[in-house]
Design a binder for this molecule. Structure first.
Ligand SMILES: [Zn+2]
Length: 370
């Protein structure tokens, strides 16, 4: 069985050698390392770990008598998170970045955990806290019984914050560190302790159907696939400004909710015998037909907002607004319920000239609370 270390890392590449050292102390042989990071983190790893064949990763291998090819780990295994346009994201600074990072964690974890001859050790110690949380979530979804999630503790804290400390060398050395008052002082590396803390995880994977294990899904999609309701209900709760599906709630702003509710009410009332119906001419509305329902949309919108006489897009819709609102609704729905469930819940489109829009859920499953 091969053992792979999958770690998150930010601007402190020390965490990689520290984790490797701690694992080796415990015994397991590591066959490969993969690092999930940002553009800036990748640069920090290249400089700290690999730098011209003399980085601290190589020094660690040399010091502990391991051949340089003992572990399958090279600069190409530093995976920086990508934006939609394919550029590497600098730092996890907002919700979108975090979403992309979670996706990367899900994809890598899915791919590595596919091979039954491999055991994956997840290290969630590096990077921003959100990065560790993302990898931990991915592990909860896909880890098998043989896999492990670890947090890594470096003590005393002087070593944790030290740029020059990558692992305890065989022969202790005295290095300069910053003490608690942030003043430089000298300490022997013999005092450094690196502890691996195994974290428990829920074996969610065992509950997943083969269909949900075909490709990487979002955690939301995996969770919802476990809810097996014969007749789930799409509850559109206007007073609470949210939609609810299989026990999961998604908040929508008044403008988005007004449009969504009008589409739902139309579908409910459509004279269509098919169920489920994938957007026939009766269930679905063209943009012109949506615009013709402006009075209904305005009425719902005004019930949802207390701001009087505020001119909102929702009270004077045009074709552009409808397109923007639709993509916002669909993005929120996919983010909350996962791509899999979103296919039924989102505002889908069908046909051409004119394109028609409708919610995919069967009409008898829709309930609107006004
Ligand atoms: Zn229909």
């Amino acid at each position: 069985m091969k053992t792979i270390l999958l770690a998150v890392c930010g601007l402190s590449p020390q965490v990689i050698t520290e984790t490797l050292f701690a694992l080796h102390q415990q015994g397991p042989q590591i066959d490969a390392i993969r690092v999930l990071t940002t553009r800036a983190g990748k640069d920090a790893c290249l400089a700290g770990l690999f730098r011209a064949g003399d980085g601290h990763y190589y020094r660690y291998l040399d010091e502990y008598g391991l051949p340089r090819d003992a572990i399958d780990f090279a600069p190409r295994h530093l995976l920086a998170v990508l934006a939609d346009d394919g550029t590497e994201i600098d730092d996890i600074a907002d919700e979108y970045h975090s979403e992309r990072f979670l996706r990367l964690c899900m994809e890598e974890t899915f791919a590595l955990a596919r091979d039954d001859e491999q055991c994956v050790l997840f290290s969630i110690a590096g990077g921003r806290k959100t990065m560790g949380a993302c990898l931990s979530l991915a592990a909860q979804c896909y880890a098998r019984p043989q896999d492990r999630i670890y947090h890594v503790l470096v003590q005393p804290s002087e070593f944790e914050n030290c740029r020059d400390f990558y692992y305890p060398p065989r022969t202790p050395r005295t290095i300069e560190v910053l003490n608690r008052e942030r003043r430089p002082c000298h300490m022997s590396t013999a005092e450094a302790q690196i502890t691996l803390v195994p974290m428990p995880f829920f074996p969610l994977r065992r509950q997943l159907t083969p269909r949900m294990l075909r490709r990487p899904e979002s955690p939301a999609a995996l969770m919802l696939s476990l809810v097996r309701e014969d007749k789930p209900q799409l509850l559109i709760d206007l007073p609470q400004k949210k939609i609810v599906w299989k026990g999961v709630e998604c908040d929508l702003t008044p403008s988005l909710l007004a449009l969504y509710a009008v589409l739902a009410l139309h579908k409910q009332e459509a004279a269509c015998a098919k169920s489920p119906c994938l957007n026939c001419g009766d269930c679905a509305l063209s943009v012109d037909q949506i615009l013709a329902k402006q009075a209904d949309i305005t009425r719902l919108y005004q019930r949802l907002t207390t701001r009087e006489a505020v001119k909102s897009g929702a009270t004077a819709l045009d074709e552009e607004h409808v397109g923007q609102y639709r993509s916002k609704i669909n993005r929120l729905i996919a983010g909350t319920f996962g791509d899999h469930e979103a296919r039924a819940l989102r505002v889908g489109s069908r046909g051409a000239r004119p394109v028609r829009y409708a919610i995919g859920v069967a009409r008898e499953l829709i309930r609107v609370v006004l």
